[in-house]
Design a protein around this ligand. Structure first.
Ligand SMILES: [Zn+2]
Length: 511
């Protein structure tokens, strides 16, 4: 922003962003003109002349010189603080191609991380040359004394070495644990301090800015995550609008406090309670109506029946809380649908987290019930084995974005970070160009943009003035001058600034 007059970071509350081109997510139209913001809100978009003051208040002008503005983008399902902890205390195992490479990365990380536990996250056994999980004895050979715990990329399976098993007073020949069986092992890992958690959250927010996000719906796993986010909020360091999705197991506390969905402010707000109806396709624990094509004895795990889901949705309704229900396989989606059908008269419908395998009839029922879905387009490329795992017929129901959209389902764009990286451009690409080449299920660029904006908000029942309208939040991305809409899908977005609540920030290059 070389030609800016005045610094976009200063405190003047009326700001005129001149010579902008802004993309309307409702229509995809690109409109030229100015944007007047007051504090964290948009006053008007269009031609307002070039006033030096309005109602006696000084107007600070920022000349955007024809740059393209996208409305602020939301990642509608992520584990923000856990991602921050990954960035700051965990060995990154994403993309490792062999068990040897994994062990090498762990050793490098362990040498740099004094202390006890060595934690890794992000491997995918289907992407290893060996096409199997690492074994306990392989970890023992390199780490005879320090406890080692490795999380599969989906976090629904872990492998531990002998020292880790000893700490948890467990025995296991191969060291592999999935789903509920992981609990004892995980509880043996010492928790990060609050200070470490604050540092982790701050680091994750920077990563989100770098990835092009101004807002996120955050899955919470521990009270310190909420404490850390409040500390950043109080210190004025938030910079990301957060909606918190808390574990359903906290319902007693929510009832005791009388806190319901919407509690908080526009930067940090409680939105919903989350329950798991099943596991993941990667760990073959997602609940399918018929067995896995590549594991004919196994149809996954339905963790909650429709009756149990009804009970949870009803109890949340009575407390004024929305429900967010993790359902990946079609049997889990079915359980959620049955539960939603039975609770539709007493409160807002649940949102489905993932909705990865959904047949056309289920999509139609989701549309009728007003059920939104937080979907992860990056999974299509990462989970390249999906067709083999589901078989030819059912593969047509995997990530059915077009079918869902045409059925009237609000699709909320998300990463499930740290399962995928928080990069808006990669999510956008997943919606549009689908690496599985099932282009009949792809979205048009403007539809994808809506999934990051209007539909992401709708998915948690929030209704705001649409982007660029009077009263809308002054959240947007500033892209370089020569950028045209729609954006290219195969190159990173040329972001120059990220504006949250009317405050412009540079895009962090390092975390
Ligand atoms: Zn998740």
């Amino acid at each position: 922003m070389a030609s800016a007059t005045g610094s976009p970071g200063s405190k003047a509350s009326l700001r005129l962003w001149k010579n902008a081109r802004r993309v309307d997510p409702a229509t995809g139209a690109v409109r030229s003109g100015s944007l007047l913001t007051w504090g964290d809100r948009i006053v008007s978009a269009g031609e307002v002349g070039d006033p030096k003051d309005l109602l006696g208040l000084p107007v600070e002008a920022v000349d955007l010189d024809g740059r393209l503005l996208l409305p602020g983008l939301t990642d509608a399902h992520c584990h923000l603080v856990r991602y921050g902890l990954d960035l700051t205390r965990t060995a990154d195992l994403t993309g490792v191609a062999s068990i040897e490479e994994m062990l090498h990365r762990l050793q490098v990380h362990a040498a740099r991380t004094p202390g006890d536990w060595v934690i890794g996250r992000g491997f995918d056994q289907d992407r290893l040359r060996e096409r199997r999980f690492p074994r306990r004895d392989e970890l023992d050979a390199r780490f005879p004394d320090r406890p080692v715990l490795l999380h599969r990329i989906c976090c629904h399976a872990v492998v531990a070495n002998r020292a880790a098993l000893d700490r948890a007073r467990l025995t296991s020949a191969d060291g592999l644990f999935t789903e509920d069986a992981m609990a004892l092992l995980l509880s043996a890992v010492p928790a990060p301090s609050l200070e470490e958690t604050v540092h982790a959250a701050r680091t994750a927010i920077r990563a989100y800015h770098r990835g092009g996000f101004t807002a996120a719906h955050v899955l919470i796993g521990h009270p310190d995550e909420v404490r850390a986010l409040q500390i950043l909020r109080q210190q004025g360091e938030m910079g990301l609008r957060l909606r918190l999705i808390l574990p359903y197991s906290w319902i007693d506390s929510m009832e005791a406090l009388g806190v319901s969905s919407g509690f908080g402010d526009d930067m940090l707000r409680i939105a919903a309670l989350k329950s798991f109806a099943d596991g993941s396709l990667g760990a073959r624990t997602a609940a399918l109506r018929t067995p896995y094509a590549d594991d004919p004895e196994n149809a996954g795990l339905l963790l909650l029946s429709a009756e149990e889901l009804v009970e949870r949705i009803r109890r949340a309704h009575r407390a004024g809380l929305r429900s967010a229900l993790h359902a990946i396989g079609d049997a889990a989606v079915e359980a959620v649908l049955l539960a939603a059908e039975r609770t539709q008269d007493d409160g807002p419908p649940p949102r489905i987290e993932h909705a990865s395998v959904v047949d056309p009839d289920q999509a139609a029922r989701m549309g009728r019930l007003g059920i939104a879905a937080a979907v992860q387009p990056q999974f299509i490329a990462s989970d390249f084995w999906t067709p083999e795992r589901l078989g030819p017929e059912r593969s047509a129901w995997a990530y059915p974005f077009r079918t869902l959209k045409d059925a009237g389902v609000a699709l909320a764009a998300s990463t499930d970070c740290p399962v995928e990286l928080p990069e808006a451009a990669a999510v956008f690409k997943g919606f549009i160009s689908r690496s599985d080449k099932r282009l009949s299920e792809s979205l048009a660029p403007t539809e994808a943009l809506r999934a990051f904006t209007l539909d992401a908000e709708r998915s948690l029942g929030e209704e705001f003035p649409a982007p660029w309208e009077t009263g809308a939040r002054a959240d947007f991305l500033v892209l370089s001058k020569d950028t045209e809409w729609p954006l290219p899908v195969d190159s990173p977005w040329p972001m120059e600034r990220i504006v949250v609540g009317g405050t412009a920030r540079s895009v962090p290059q390092e975390l």
